[in-house]
Design a protein around this ligand. Sequence first.
Ligand code: AGP
Length: 613
Amino acid sequence: MCGIVGYIGKAAAPPILLHGLRRLEYRGYDSAGMAIIDGRQLLVSKAPGKVANLKEKSKCEWPAELFSQPSYGIAHTRWATHGPPTEANAHPHRDQSGEIALVHNGIIENYRSLRARLEAKGHVFLSETDTEVLAHLIGDRYEENLFQAVCDALHQVEGTFGIAVISSREPGLIITARRGSPIVLGIGDGETIIASDAAAILAHTQRVIYLDDNDIAIVKADHVEIRDLNNVPVNRAVAELELDASAAEKGGFAHFMLKEIHEQPESLRNAIRGRLDFALGSSVLSGMGTSPRELAEINRIVLVGCGTSLHSGLIGEYAFEDLADTPAEVQQAAEFRYRNPIIGRSDLVIAISQSGETADTLAAVREANQKGAFVMGLCNVVGSTIARETGRGIYLHAGPEISVASTKAFTCQVAVLLMMALKMGRSRRFSRQEGMDFARQIEAIPSLVAQVIAQNDHIARIAESYAANEHAFFIGRGPMYPVALEGALKLKEISYIHAEGYHAAELKHGPIALLEKGTPVIALANDIPGKDKTLGNIEECKARGARILGLITAGDEEAAAVMDDVIEIPACHPLVATIPSAVALQLFAYHIARIRGCEIDQPRNLAKSVTVE
Ligand code: AGP
């Protein structure tokens, strides 16, 4: 997620801004920049890559005294969403006059129409970003009051923002505002810090003010005035931070994995935002770069990936066959690249990769390209190798995933695959009404996940009863079978328990020989086709003494009666239910690993991106 830092006080801004950006580095980013005003002029320096690059570049570009004389300014670490990580796309962005600079977190959904309007008025843009459009919009509205110009501009914006704005036409103040992307103000002694999260403030003060959505603030060195976007003053309490630097980086959570699990309602909103067309009952995925006619000519879909990304592909397989009547199959990327796959121009190969750098998946992309297939990427990292080499595809917008164990990227992969299947289905037999209904189901996913996360304490209590086991079985049917595989992977990779996922019907073909008294069986018994058969499989396990944790549809008393422990999943479409069910198993695995005292974010033997065969 991008990072924002602003400083106004008695000191020199550049060192403070650079230090603040370093405190936000953990969030993941791919370029950085800062803008300062030294009482006379507005200076901007930007660099792709690390904050260290920005430090070196600004010291070359700016006079040495700027790093010691009083000044104020804003700074940003960018995690690319619109446009690759280049200097031109890095923030801050200026308006047409060059006298206003802005940094922005969030996504402006209507930036294309705003940009067209401004270009018609003669504005010239230097980047591909949505953010630069907002800078120009503010400049276009500016007459003599920066606060009012920002207010007017934000009234035209659809989407989310956390911004900080400065202008050499009005020295001595920073305007900051938020809608859907956090902004916190650090109230120091004769200085004020603006940041997208508290980690950048801790070095200056523990006294903070959190802006609410649609708050806009006039920030000076010794005074902060907060209003709403209708220019009505609002009161926001000063709170005391009780975080140390390490805890602040994790947003107060004990581990990045837990933070990222809790981020999923927001990351799923970002993945879905602007991509559902309820009028047509379809999805809007411009990155697929295909017309309905081209989609209609695809005869088969091959999904390739590794690990968790393979598991989301398995759910995608069910989705494409159920919604689009199109044959679909998943192939482990390493297998695909060596088996001389039989694919061609009427096949769509979807390469799924959070990092966009996994060697086996990249090799599969190259093999598919070689065979003339239609290739797309489903990646989280903008500008990653797989994203570039597939040439088309969909970005997850899940935000940087720091913990090695993939959580929010997985659920966003599934959500995007459901939207891809919806779009393909509407180019085939899926009716408009069916499409509208399914689009509503997708729209509800963030709230379904929030309902499961609200059960965190309940799941933690259940984990206490399973943490001592050294073996565990996860079982499921239909689209819940891949969820069983993913739940087993989560548990094994962070708790080191030997966990295996099986199709529920498969246990009696051998694995049931391993069941002993107390062996945990985690059963996905959601109320979907095949549930009764799964309940029968559970009875077979109980007859051998197994202890059963059941994920059931909320209120399903028949299923609850069979289980030793229960986690309720909100009722929804079977394909959609895979996402909240996976989140429940993420929390289950997390709490077991926590109880066992494991190193959760960086498990032994594992890397976040496997860039070797
Ligand atoms: C998932 O928790 C693991 N970290 C691992 O299986 C991962 O999903 C796999 O290495 C694929 O990574 P990618 O999505 O970045 O390609």
